[in-house]
Design a protein around this ligand. Structure first.
Ligand SMILES: O=C(O)CCC(=O)C(=O)O
Length: 311
């Protein structure tokens, strides 16, 4: 196994030298579908696209006043956690947020500091919540990104709406989606790692639990019974513990900040950790590419990393 592990390390380091960028490049215009496929989707490299949705009314309309008027009384799903970490490793558990049904205006009250609540609140339900829970807002955006749908030959599988507090953090993970992430207001800060860094990224398997806030306001992580253990990344890229995870020193995280009006192309299977400015609003499009050739190729890397115990 040692030679395979050595090859994996070399392969990952070569990917950085040969084709990955040290920072996320900008495209100044929305691209032509074929060029985008050739330059970014095929090579699986991220970029930030400017002026890709400057025609969306959401950019100027989505103020707290407008949102209150339009969807204030709608009941939506909100992730609530004691510390901002939803879906993250805590001790020997994989802990998911308490999912609370609240009116949109009560979430705005918390974000605007009009009321004080214990916990960190984040609208982040990734089930096409824009279309499912807030259809009144869809007229302010587009239901898909035409050049991406044309490049991939399909429509998005989910269109998600994100709004949350500054302390809400999305822990390091990867998805099998081609992701177009559009920031409407505020800013999102991503830490990105390519799939080829997989051998340096530790995984563990954890008992799943869900936060529950008691009457005394304290949060408790309640184990989910009869559920399989969840594989997840215990490492925090904001303060990686290199003593515990020495292989991570080979990883080459790239940071980028996506500002209002900008769209991040986050290729499938890139690891990402996300933070945001307070009250940041974003919409993203997930195009599921689970059976794409890229996916199969990176699955192989995944398996090799697992069997060689590269991490
Ligand atoms: O914006 C976030 O907090 C997380 C985004 C994310 O993980 C995703 O789009 O896959």
């Amino acid at each position: 196994m040692e030679p395979v592990k050595q090859h994996l390390t070399e392969f990952s380091l070569e990917a950085h030298d040969l084709y990955l960028n040290h920072s996320v490049p900008y495209l100044e215009e929305p691209p032509d579908p074929l060029q985008f496929y050739r330059n970014w989707i095929g090579p699986n490299k991220p970029c930030i696209i400017r002026k890709a949705f400057s025609h969306w009314p959401a950019l100027s309309r989505w103020t707290p006043d407008y949102l209150r008027e339009k969807v204030g009384s709608k009941i939506i799903s909100v992730a609530v956690t004691p510390n901002g970490y939803a879906d993250a490793v805590s001790g020997d558990r994989f802990v998911m947020p308490e999912e609370r049904q609240m009116s949109f205006s009560s979430v705005l009250d918390i974000i605007e500091g009009k009321v004080e609540k214990c916990g960190v609140f984040y609208i982040q339900k990734q089930c096409s919540n824009l279309l499912e829970e807030l259809p009144e807002l869809t007229q302010d955006v587009e239901p898909h990104v035409p050049w991406m749908s044309s490049a991939l030959g399909k429509l998005p599988d989910a269109v998600n709406f994100w709004l949350g507090e500054a302390d809400a953090i999305t822990s390091l993970h990867k998805d099998h989606y081609e992701n177009l992430y559009c920031v409407i207001s505020g800013e999102k800060n991503f830490i990105l790692l390519p799939p080829t860094d997989r051998p340096f990224i530790p995984y563990g398997v954890y008992q799943p639990a869900v936060y529950h806030q008691g009457y005394d306001s304290d949060f408790e992580a309640v184990d989910q019974s009869n559920t399989e253990k969840v594989p997840w990344i215990p490492l925090d890229p904001l303060k990686p513990d290199l003593e515990q995870y020495p292989e991570y020193r080979h990883a080459r995280p790239v940071r980028c900040s996506v500002k209002a009006g900008e769209m991040l192309y986050l290729p499938s299977l890139w690891f990402h950790h996300v933070q945001q400015s307070h009250g940041c609003i974003a919409v993203n499009f997930w195009y599921d590419m689970e059976y794409d050739i890229k996916y199969n190729y990176f699955q192989l890397l995944e398996r090799l990393s697992e069997v060689t115990g590269a991490t």
